[in-house]
Design a binder for this molecule. Structure first.
Ligand SMILES: NC(=O)c1ccc[n+]([C@@H]2O[C@H](COP(=O)([O-])OP(=O)(O)OC[C@H]3O[C@@H](n4cnc5c(N)ncnc54)[C@H](O)[C@@H]3O)[C@@H](O)[C@H]2O)c1
Length: 390
């Protein structure tokens, strides 16, 4: 209980190293803030940038021992693996095309990995990492941040308990205005790798945010996509990838689904929302109002469930840290995911059984990569395509 505020439980601390996240990076600081909030990790090593001076600057700012600040991730993997006090996990927060190589090097050295999404840019790379992680028996986590929200976990538990009956339809939208206007275009230019298909990967909106949305649907419904159809479009000037995607989905539990991801939706800041429609009711959650979960029931009053109340699902209330009314949000969600990762890493070889809910691992990472490949295939052929069992 209270994973982020109960610091009077003795737990194993873990030594972490970070790749990426130097000065000017968008997401690296959020990872560090989430790690601090969950209070289970000590960041002791890093290769924070491709620029040596930025690596050293970050290491100094973070108070690191200079010998553990590396100017290349290859040096970091080799040197850490040779130490008796080697890091327990390498955290990869680099641009998408720079996930595979460091992940491979750390896995080869037997060092567990926490990697950003999309895990890698091709299915071949994804499968190679899977083979390595399996042969070494080491943990590989993927930071699908939104699975850390207590009310997302509450939705999952309620669906599993049959509260909305048989799941018939699973809808998710993830809408941003990031590329929708001139100002936004400028911010895209400040992150040039995102507009380079060689670096960002084969899809734009789908790889960047659709992967989160897809993972969220599979997580809350506990159903796996088996087939999909897709229409990927692009309208932002000078943007070489898809920026608006609509996918029809079919799931192994019998549900149909719809996924809409867009980077060109004015008025949407981080507009992630799902609706799961069952035979008895509909559950709806919105990322910008993450403390509540709405249950719509036909012919009866709707219910607004709230994080921290005693009627949260027992399987989800354990992820709530503050009392109801004291808001938790995005950083807490990432920190809860980090607390899960810490439990898994502390469990060593038994990491698969270390958490009460399935945490996003290499299989979920691969499914995100397959999503892009299959959506492109469906879009090109205007046909439904099978989604392989991963
Ligand atoms: N989980 C989420 O919700 C979420 C949110 C934002 C970004 N992301 C993902 O995080 C990753 C990073 O995104 P970002 O927006 O922070 O990118 P960014 O461009 O802002 O930062 C990337 C960082 O990687 C560093 N880097 C580049 N090459 C390097 C190298 N060879 N060695 C070491 N460091 C190197 C850069 O110096 C920079 O510090 C992406 O994969 C992105 O998809 C995930």
């Amino acid at each position: 209980v209270f994973p982020l505020t109960n610091d009077l439980v003795k737990r194993k601390r873990l030594k972490a190293g970070m790749v990426g996240g130097g000065s000017g990076s968008f997401f690296g600081g959020y990872h560090r803030a989430a790690m601090r909030l969950c209070d289970r990790f000590d960041l002791v090593a890093g290769s924070f940038s491709s620029k040596p001076e930025l690596c050293l600057e970050a290491g100094e700012a973070l108070g690191m021992e200079p010998s553990r600040v590396y100017t290349s991730f290859a040096d970091m993997a080799a040197a850490e693996a040779a130490r008796t006090d080697c890091i327990d996990v390498a955290i990869i927060v680099t641009p998408n095309h720079l996930h595979f190589e460091p992940a491979k090097l750390f896995l080869e050295a037997g060092i567990p990995v926490i990697c950003e999404k999309p895990m890698v840019n091709s299915v071949g790379e994804a499968e190679e990492l899977r083979r390595l992680a399996e042969s070494k028996g080491v943990f590989f986590g993927v930071t699908y941040t939104y699975t850390g929200y207590p009310m997302v976990r509450d939705a999952r538990a309620r669906i599993a308990n049959g509260e909305i009956g048989t799941v018939r339809f699973a809808y998710v939208e993830y809408l941003l205005e990031w590329l929708a206007n001139d100002e936004a275009q400028l911010s895209a230019k400040s992150s040039p790798w995102r507009a380079d298909p060689v670096k960002a990967g084969p899809t734009g909106a789908l790889g960047d945010i659709g992967t989160h949305a897809f993972n969220l649907l599979e997580f809350v419904t506990d159903q796996r996509c088996t087939r999909l159809n897709a229409k990927l479009t692009s309208s932002a000037p000078d943007w070489p990838l898809d920026d608006n995607d609509v996918l029809n989905l079919e799931f192994d539990g019998g549900a149909s689904g719809l996924l809409w991801s867009s980077l060109v939706a004015p008025g949407h800041r981080n507009g992630l929302r799902f609706k799961i429609v069952g035979s008895k009711g509909t559950l709806e959650w919105r990322q910008e109002l993450p403390e509540t979960l709405l249950l719509g029931r036909s012919g009866r009053a709707d219910i607004t469930y709230r994080r921290g109340h005693s009627d949260m699902s027992p399987g989800a209330v354990i992820y709530s840290s503050l009392p109801a009314g004291c808001p938790e949000g995005y950083l807490e969600a990432l920190a809860i995911l980090y607390a899960d990762f810490a439990d898994a890493l502390a469990a060593g070889a038994n990491w698969r059984n270390a958490t009460k809910i399935p945490i996003p691992g290499i299989l979920e990472g691969i499914r995100g990569v397959v999503l892009s490949q299959k959506a492109l295939e469906a879009d090109a052929t205007r046909q439904w395509v099978d989604f392989p069992t991963v």
